[in-house]
Structure formats: structure tokens, C-alpha cells
Design a protein around this ligand. Sequence first.
Ligand code: PMV
Length: 298
Amino acid sequence: MRLPARGRAGGKVILLGEHAVVYGYPALAGGLPTGLEVELAPGAGPTVRSEAIDLAGDPRPLGALEEAAALTGIDAAGIEARVRTELPVGRGLGSSAALVVALLRACAAAAGRRLAPEEEVALGRRLEARFHGTPSGIDPAAAALGGCLRFVRGDPPQIAPITPGAPLPLVLAFGEASRRTATAVAGVRERWQRDRSACEALFERIGEVVTRGVLALRRGDLPALGACFDENQTLLERLGVSTPEIERLVAVARAGGALGAKLTGGGGGGAVVAVAADAPALAAALERAGARTLRVTL
Ligand code: PMV
């Protein structure tokens, strides 16, 4: 085994289509340059350590390390995994997906090999289930592949890279911490079991918004993409995954010049993503309203 070994992966932002993607509708996501690194070193392991994340009492990262080691053919005994992250945790930016992909890359490096992108997507999805129950797999796909992609769940998923027709400036704003994604997904499932036709009508409309959004992104038509963000937010509100704090930040973003704004990820708190015409001015407006912000261009 080759130690120390390193693996890095980026976070992700879901631009359009969260929740409906769990039911087989398309979604649009972007990989973030901001990410997370895992270093495997000899130590008193298997163990996972992080200065930024409190791992006490959370068995999931250690379970993910052990499974990543088994999947890549190395022995986890005696390995210490050190995690350094630039991603805010629990804010819907895919830190768990970035963690599992970075763990897989580090374990593969320790085994002296590289995983093919399809393997990273498939194994990442398997490991991510430890964190998110029955995820669609969009998070590890975006973490592993980067760039913008249209995703439809499946075995294997359908993944199409999208080249934006123009740079896409985004401002992310963080208010309160989100619910666990598994809880948000379970909430939607309960609702769907109670009222299938209403939920499926919303998923259908979300799928249509994604299709229009993908075309707008390809053309580089930011106002049209922004309008899709606004429409998607309305549909997510109807689905019951938005909160008053998200809606306050969405309103601040729109008043601050955003071309469109919505929640991103599981909802129930978490981050808002806005298409920016003037990113510094938009970020300043959101910060005046008490939010922490992150500016990225995809
Ligand atoms: O909360 P996040 O960013 O991990 O987003 C999950 C996206 C969902 O569509 C809500 C769930 C999924 O598995 O696709």
C-alpha cells in the first residue's frame, strides 16, 4: 500500500430539479471548484479526523472509509484519514458526496490505481447511501465529474455534460442549517404516498423547467435561466420543502438584482442559489441581510 495517499473532490450545486430527480425526472447540477481533500496516513486507525467537521458520534465517515478501502482492495486497518474541507457542511453543497469521492480517490491512490469516472460515479453513489438513505446519485456524479451536467437517475444513470454558452455567475447564500437530506427526501415521499397525483404533477412541471433551463444554459441566456430558477422555487414551495428563511433570502436576492433565485439541495433550510447579473452587488445585498455568501462562476 502506498501511504500517504491523497484524494480531492469538489462540492456541487443543484441548479434545477432537486427532489423530482429522485422520482426519475431530469435535474441540472454544477460541480464546484470549492471542495474537500482526504489524506490517508499510517496511524492508529481505521479512523477519520477533521478539524472543520465534528465527527464525534457520527459513524458514517468511518463506515465510508472502511467501505471505500474494501472496494478499492486496500486494508483499512491502521489507516488514519485526515479531512480538510473548504465546503460549508450541512448546507446542501454536497460535502458528503465530495467526502465519499475524495475517500475513493485516496484509497485508489493508496492501491496504486485510478478509478474510471463511471466507477467513481457508481461507487460514490453506493457510499453516499450511508449519508442520504436512497439518494438519486446526482451529488456524487457532480462531485466526481465536475462541470455542468444533466442527470437522470438509473442504473447506470444518464449523465450528459452541458457546456454553458456563457460563463454562469452564481451567488450562494447560507442562512440556517438545513435538515438532513434524508429527512427532506422522506418528507416528500410521505407526501407523495398521500397524494401521488398532486406530487407527480409538480415533478412533471419541475422536469419541464429543467428541460428549458438546460436549453437556456446551453445558449448562455442568463435571464431565461434565471426565470427557470424562479419557477422552480415556486414549485419547490408547493412541494413543501422551502422555509420562510429561504423565501426571505430569495426575496432579498431578487430585490438585489438577481436574475432568478431558488433553494438548492434538500431544502428545509440550507442554501439559496441565485443567477447574478452583478455578483459583487448581489453578494453585498445578501450579506447586508445577514447571510454568508459564496461567489462562483461555472
Ligand atoms: O441536500 P443535497 O444537496 O444533498 O441535495 C439532495 C438532492 C435531492 O434531490 C433532494 C436528493 C437526491 O438524492 O437527489
